[in-house]
Design a protein around this ligand. Sequence first.
Ligand SMILES: [Zn+2]
Length: 568
Amino acid sequence: MSSDRHQAHGHSTGAHDYELPSLPEAVDIFDTTLRDGSQQEGLSLTVDDKLRVAEQLDHLGVAYIEGGWPGANPKDDEFFSRAPTELHLSTSTLVAFGSTRRAGVAAATDDVLGKLVAAQTPVVCIVAKSWDRHVIDALRTDLDEAVAMVADSVAFLRAHDKRVFLDAEHFFDGFYSDRDFALRVLDAAENAGAEALVLCDTNGGRLPDDIGRAVAEVRDRTDAQLGIHCHNDAGCAVANSLTAVQAGVTQVQGCINGYGERAGNADLSAAIANLSLKLQVRTIPPERLELLTPVSHHIAEVVNIAPSPQQPYVGSSVFAHKGGLHASAVARRRDLYEHVPPDRVGNGTRVVVSEMAGRSTLAMKAAELGLDLDGEVLGQVLEQLKQLEHEGYHFEVADGSLELLLRRATGWQPDYFTVESFRVITDRPADGLLASPGLPSPDTTTEATVKVRLGDERIVRTAEGNGPVNALDGALRQAIAPHFPQLAGVHLTDYRVRVLDSGRGTAAVTRVLIDTTDGEDVWTTIGVSDNIIDASWQALLDSIIVALVRGETPAETRDAVGQVGQPA
Ligand SMILES: [Zn+2]
């Protein structure tokens, strides 16, 4: 029976019919983004990406980072061979993942175990089948051999001085199918020297009560540390992880941003915040909790998956308030509308401004940007905003362009450069046109020329691109980038076009939205015109000017702006 880990503060047993221990004082956070998370469809990491994600996780302060499966592919082999010299972890411990020995093979000659030993990590995590049906139908061996595979493998790794965690795959399905076998697997691992027994809801279909009941029963028969590993197929991965902690688990596995195959793994961003802020269980070092949002966004950037605005705690919309009345009430009493203070997790209250906004909403937005607009000016901006929204602008989603609109209302004008003209030519050779008029031609080329004045200098630059916006972006950057080195880290991440009055066919008004990032902040700019190139140019120019404005704002105010404007 485990003892001291569960002695902290008591909590009520609520409606559960199994007994809950006191909550632990602390749990270990185990991130498996680099192994389980990278199973996500569309997510592909280079070795450099993996090293950068690991650095971010260490910066956040998770206890363990699972780096991959040595021997499974050349990429993971390279990762583990480069990690000892290139990855300097200050908080986290690197873990290599593998499986138990194969059926009928001695541990000492098993290839997978040999590679785990060679991976040079202090901790290894091995997966074992703990669902009888998987042993018989998938592994095609008998239950006694499955238990022996666990015991032999753990003993072998312990003999090589590895700390061993056992991932009991499909544990909960196994527990409710053949309870004795599932528990035999855990006993075998513990008796052979496994330090942690990790109970996995591999198919992700279990509900919290299934989890709590099983964890409580395991807890009563082992002294090993217990871990939880939940997938989100039933939408319960975070809830199941919390229930497991309430029932006696002290290691929580998952992925930052909930990456993973199918519906993903437990989202550690939410699990960490819930445990730390709602249950007062220590997860990462408390002073690093405010890194949750920036680290979540940074990793999203590295793995090249746009962050979900609705992601609990760290999404850009989750502390955003829209509508005049609501937003002004938020200004007076934030706790009436926010379940936690957003700055605790590095996020920020954001006021969403649209034509429905009242003057107070706009005043709050201006104050967030550090702008002092008096009542008369505010009234004028509001009228301008409503007129522009009537023409098709949509400032609610274009925080970057809204920022420029408000700054201009103070009399400010961007004076970085002036655009004299631009021109775009798309050329499709006649041959291709005649041969296959309805199909894309590999010979179609686009070229843009931009003429700007920068101080006394007149600069003319031409660039090619795979389309007009790409070519314009290239030409504008060539023209001004030498004078603004801060643009080097700024790039467009998304380009969206919406036709507003589609009844007019190709003469319809077009709204273009461009997302831009400098690697930390993300901003959106907008253009509206009945000419798609003109609309794109407006959004593109705004995007560059926002980058330049933000780049020159002093660090202190920039933090404040970043926090309220768009979470840093
Ligand atoms: Zn998994």
